[in-house]
Design a protein around this ligand. Structure first.
Ligand code: ZN
Length: 290
C-alpha cells in the first residue's frame, strides 16, 4: 500500500505460539522508502522476503534496488526475514548497537528472550554493518533524509525514524497501541521515548509496526494515548499487587490482563516481563509525573 509519495507499507501476518496448541494471530508492518534506491525498514518474519520482493516488483522496481535494511529493533517479527533479503539483494544492514547482539546471534536472543515458535519466525542471524545512533541523519538521495531517534524502553536498542520531507514517523514498537498486549522491557524509558517523539514538530504520518498507518491530526493524540495506556496498566498493576500482596507475578499478570480486557492466552513470558517492569518502578504512582 502506498502511504506517501515515497513510502509503501506492507502488512505481514504471522502467528505467535502461546501454548502447546494455542496461537495468537498478529501482524507486523515492513515499510519501504522509494527513492533512487529502496530503503527497507524491518524485514517481517521468516519467509517475508517473498511478499516484499513481489510487492517491489508489482510496483515496478527490482529487489536489487534495496540498498539498506534498517531495523527498528531486534525482535523476531522485525528481523525474521532479514537473512534471505540480505542473501538475495546483498543490501547493507543497519541497527542501533544495543539491538545488534540479538540480530547477529539469534540463539542468544532465544536464550535471553524465549518465544515458543522463535525459530519458525526468525530465519537466521545477520551481521549489522552500520550502527545507527541517536541524532544520525541519513542522506537517502533525491532530497530524502532519514533521521534517527534512539527510543529505548520497548527494547534497549529500539530506534524510530523520521523521513523528511514526508514528515513520516516510523516508530517501530516504541508507541504502544492503547488496548494492546503490553510488551516492553522498561517503563520509564518507554515514556521518555514517546515524549521525545512528541517533540518532533510537523509530523504528517505515523507508522507503527503494529497498527495501520495514521495520517494527519490523529498522530499526536495517539502518542498521548500511548502514554496514558502505560499509566493505566501501571495503576492496575499497583492496585492488584496491593489487593493481593502474596500473589506471584503470573497470578498477578492474569488479574492485570483480565482488568485490561485482554485474553488469558496473552499471559506469555514476554508479557510477564512487561508487568515486572512496572513492579520495578512501583515506588511511583504517577509515571507521567516522574
Ligand atoms: Zn518488538
Amino acid at each position: 500500500m502506498k502511504v506517501t509519495e515515497h513510502i509503501h507499507a506492507l502488512k505481514i501476518p504471522f502467528s505467535l505460539q502461546v501454548g502447546p496448541e494455542k496461537t495468537l494471530s498478529r501482524f507486523v508492518y515492513a515499510y519501504l522508502i522509494y527513492g533512487e534506491k529502496i530503503y527497507l525498514i524491518d524485514s517481517g518474519v521468516s519467509g517475508s522476503h517473498r511478499a516484499i520482493f513481489d510487492y517491489v516488483e508489482e510496483t515496478g522496481r527490482s529487489p536489487g534496488d534495496i540498498d539498506t535494511l534498517l531495523f527498528t529493533h531486534s525482535h523476531p517479527d522485525h528481523i525474521g526475514g532479514a537473512l534471505a533479503i540480505k542473501k538475495e539483494t546483498g543490501c547493507n544492514t543497519a541497527a542501533h548497537k544495543d539491538a545488534a547482539a540479538w540480530i547477529e546471534d539469534i540463539d542468544r536472543q532465544y536464550r535471553e528472550r524465549p518465544i515458543l515458535n522463535f525459530y519458525s519466525l526468525v530465519e537466521g542471524s545477520v551481521a549489522i554493518e552500520r550502527e545507527l545512533r541517536d541524532g544520525d541523519s541519513l542522506d537517502l538521495g533525491q532530497g530524502l533524509t532519514l533521521k534517527v531517534f534512539h527510543t529505548p524502553g520497548h527494547s534497549k536498542g529500539s530506534v524510530s525514524f523520521v523521513l523528511e520531507p514526508d514528515m513520516a514517523l516510523f516508530s517501530g514498537d516504541a508507541i504502544p497501541m492503547a488496548g494492546g498486549v503490553p510488551i516492553y522491557d522498561e517503563v520509564l524509558p518507554s515514556i521518555a521515548s514517546i515524549r521525545k517523539l512528541q517533540k518532533v514538530k510537523g509530523l504528517k504520518v505515523l507508522m507503527a509496526s503494529w497498527d495501520e498507518p495514521h495520517l494527519g491530526d490523529s498522530i499526536y493524540p495517539l502518542m498521548e494515548e500511548g502514554l496514558n495506556y502505560f499509566q493505566n496498566i501501571h495503576s492496575i498493576v499497583l492496585k492488584e499487587s496491593a489487593d493481593f500482596p502474596a500473589s506471584d507475578v503470573t497470578t498477578l499478570g492474569a488479574r492485570v490482563l483480565s482488568s485490561l480486557g485482554l485474553p488469558e492466552t496473552a499471559l506469555i513470558p514476554i508479557v510477564i516481563r512487561s508487568l515486572e517492569a512496572h513492579l520495578k518502578v512501583a515506588g511511583h504512582t504517577d509515571l507521567l509525573q516522574v
